[in-house]
Design a protein around this ligand. Structure first.
Ligand code: NAD
Ligand code: SER
Length: 315
């Protein structure tokens, strides 16, 4: 087995590369990105996902059997350059899918997102097969990507699997320009400044998931027997749902003097177009998905680990 991770220097890629290396061995997992990590991440290769020839060479040289294709431009950053976002997110995926077909790769993982939801989607307990009319170019590219994944599975029997991640929260890597980034930033601000100015309104409820759960969802989906995977677009998965106000209250249980104010910006409209909570029954039924972290458990973990790393940096 030889795994290629694209976008490996991002919030999820950093942790997913580490997680896959624990399972399969360091040399078996090739990290790649357009930006080199500032810590030792070997084996690491520079790879622009738009460079099809370079992907081909890597597949051949390293005899790649699986690809976790994370490289993308996220929801908020995507709105600054819609055509570039479409190009990177969709054409990058198409190259991966087509090379996976050509080289008969065993599996491909494609992270989709709650951003596929939009104005026509029921907001509470959003079902798996809800109507989808995304309002961001990021959501459009991921929805088109889901359909291409399904097409490659139906037409070429490619074993491509996908999760619609909600906002992912972790203590070991920083988010990269999404609308749910506030839920990570707030912890750093609480511990370092005691105050956070939130770019969403206090009552903006969004689905979220702790990084540990996201890693388990990804590795469990990819390890499941193919016969159990009935969905080839993107599985709904969730861990918890909360508002900035509720998160601030949970943080105050640990840091009583923490204060927050709110200055909503363009990301408010994006958040308002997404679901508030997700029905992930299909993932639970098909391959046994079960989250372990709720708001309280996630908050305690985040504060514990961020406190530790702040102390280590101070010494
Ligand atoms: P991120 O922005 O932190 O990381 C994305 C990485 O892709 C970056 O390291 C960036 O350098 C790289 N990249 C951008 N353009 C590239 C190109 N042309 N070629 C190669 N690499 C390129 O994002 P993330 O949060 O780690 O997300 C990873 C994946 O998970 C993405 O596909 C994203 O859509 C999806 N996702 C993330 C979340 C979340 O909350 N973090 C939620 C839903 C889905
Ligand atoms: N967390 C991501 C974002 O906000 C959702 O895909 O863009």
């Amino acid at each position: 087995m030889s795994i290629l991770v694209t976008g490996a220097n991002g919030q999820i890629g950093t942790i997913l590369t580490r997680t896959l290396r624990k399972i399969y061995g360091k040399e078996q997992v090739i990290a790649s990105d357009i930006i080199r990590p500032n810590y030792d991440d070997d084996p690491f290769l520079m790879l622009d996902i738009l460079n099809v020839q370079r992907i081909r060479e890597i597949i051949e040289d390293f005899e790649i059997t699986e690809i976790y294709h994370l490289a993308a431009i996220l929801s908020a950053n995507g709105e600054w350059n819609p055509l570039k976002t479409w190009n990177v997110n969709l054409n990058g995926l198409l190259s991966i899918l087509d090379l996976a077909r050509e080289y008969k790769l065993e599996k491909v993982f494609f992270p989709s997102t709650i951003a596929v939801h939009g104005s026509t989607t029921p907001k509470v307990d959003t079902p798996q097969d809800a109507p989808l009319l995304p309002g961001t170019v990021y959501g459009m590219s991921k929805l088109a990507g889901e359909n291409w994944c399904n097409y490659y599975h139906q037409r070429y029997d490619l074993d491509v699997r996908s999760l619609r991640y909600p906002g992912i929260i972790g203590h070991d890597s920083l988010p990269g320009g999404g609308t749910t980034d506030y839920a990570v930033e707030i912890f750093y601000a609480a511990l370092q400044q005691g105050h956070y100015t939130c770019f969403l309104r206090p009552d903006t409820r969004l689905p979220m998931m702790y990084m540990d759960d996201a890693m388990r969802a990804t590795t469990e989906l990819m390890a499941a027997n193919s016969s159990k995977i009935s969905n080839r677009t993107g599985y709904n998965v969730t861990g918890m749902s909360f508002t900035p106000l509720e998160l601030a209250e949970a943080i105050r249980q640990h840091i009583p003097n923490f204060s927050i104010d709110y200055k909503p910006d363009f990301r408010q409209a994006i958040a308002d177009s997404w679901s508030q909570s997700i029905d992930d029954t299909k993932a639970r039924q098909d391959w046994g998905w079960q989250p372990e972290y709720n708001l309280e458990k996630m908050t305690a973990d985040m504060i514990f680990y961020l406190n530790q790393s702040i102390k280590i940096k101070a010494n």
